[in-house]
Design a protein around this ligand. Structure first.
Ligand code: UDP
Ligand code: MG
Length: 308
């Protein structure tokens, strides 16, 4: 039995059809399944549609969060409440093609993989700026964490064992894509083509993406703190060299009028200090978030499937 988890945010107009489509594919492949749909505080008729699905079809659980907590938290709610021997996580807009799920299930059941990761073989239609920012983010992520995540996605199958391991990770700020790789287990990659959105527009804004990028890097690694240390050391060395050079010039030549040098140094050192402080601040903010021990999400309503 697999459980399909979908975070759903303002996808009212097509969520019903999308779930039916996934269901018919799984039925055709004779895969026993259920759904765990999480309404991430949608403002449209999404919750009504999820209730309708829950009434019309068997094996559909619906969870409504008390407000919009963001995709990562909606995923947590789904993962923590999912039943079944394995879970498949996918987007509700069907950009993760459901046709791939039977192959994921085959790899899990027949070849014994614990985790099957969907890898984007083609990123689909994307603006140039979003391609560029994704590239910069994944480069920075690889450099700082040593994990290769290029073209990784949230489209994954995890079996019970891997899921239970993931559930033990206590951090408040999660990054599903990264932390589900951190738990290890026997894993394989399955390429898929990103489909166009089934309707509506992307829910990500530049601000949300920027926050996700910083959260995921600081969630994963302390490397930026080491980078600060190295910048400091390099600057100290540069300062010593400059001091010696100035001394030599002062003793043997005439001392230069160094006004621009002073200003440049000021700017350079100033910006280094600001950057370092803000990186430290990010980590302190994380610690603050973690020690508050707030729940990652709050459920306002829950509809388990009707008994058969
Ligand atoms: N989503 C969510 N909460 C949010 C934003 C998005 O649950 O605050 C869900 C959304 O309903 C969809 C998935 O996350 O199922 C991916 O969102 P989207 O398609 O907007 O992102 P993109 O595919 O453009 O990366
Ligand atoms: Mg999408």
């Amino acid at each position: 039995m697999i459980s399909v988890i979908m975070p759903v945010f303002n996808e009212g107009p097509y969520i019903y059809d999308n779930v039916c489509k996934v269901k018919s594919i799984l039925d055709d492949a004779h895969i026993p399944h259920r759904f765990c749909l999480v309404d991430d505080g949608s403002k449209d008729n999404t919750w009504a549609e999820l209730c309708r699905l829950n009434d019309d079809l068997p094996n559909i659980d619906a969870i409504r969060l008390s407000r919009n907590f963001g995709k990562e938290c909606a995923l947590c709610a789904g993962l923590e409440n999912a039943k079944g021997d394995a879970v498949v996580v996918m987007d509700a807009d069907l950009q993760h093609p459901p046709e791939v799920i039977p192959e994921m299930v085959r790899l899990w059941q027949e070849e014994g993989y614990d985790v099957v990761e969907g890898i984007k073989s083609d990123r689909g239609k994307e603006s140039f700026s979003s391609k560029l920012t994704a590239l910069i983010f994944y480069r920075a992520f690889k450099r700082t964490t040593g994990m290769k995540m290029t073209n990784a996605s949230d489209f994954k199958l995890m079996n019970r064992a891997a899921l239970e391991a993931w559930k033990q990770l206590p951090e408040y700020n999660t990054f599903f894509r990264g932390l589900s790789a951190w738990v290890g287990f026997k894993r394989c990659e399955l390429p898929f083509k990103v489909a166009p959105r089934s309707g509506g527009a992307t829910k990500w804004t530049f601000g949300k993406l920027m926050k996700l990028a910083l959260d995921s890097i600081t969630a994963y690694t302390n490397a930026p703190l080491h980078i600060i240390l190295w910048i400091g050391i390099l600057m100290a060395i540069a300062a010593v060299i400059l001091a010696i050079q100035t001394l030599v010039r002062f003793l043997f030549y005439d001392a230069a009028a160094g006004f621009p040098t002073v200003i440049l140094l000021q700017l350079f050192i100033g910006s280094c200090i600001m950057i370092s402080l803000s990186i430290l601040g990010l980590y302190v903010a994380r610690i603050y978030d973690e020690v508050k021990r707030r729940p990652r999400y709050l459920i306002s309503e829950k509809r388990d499937d009707r008994l058969p």
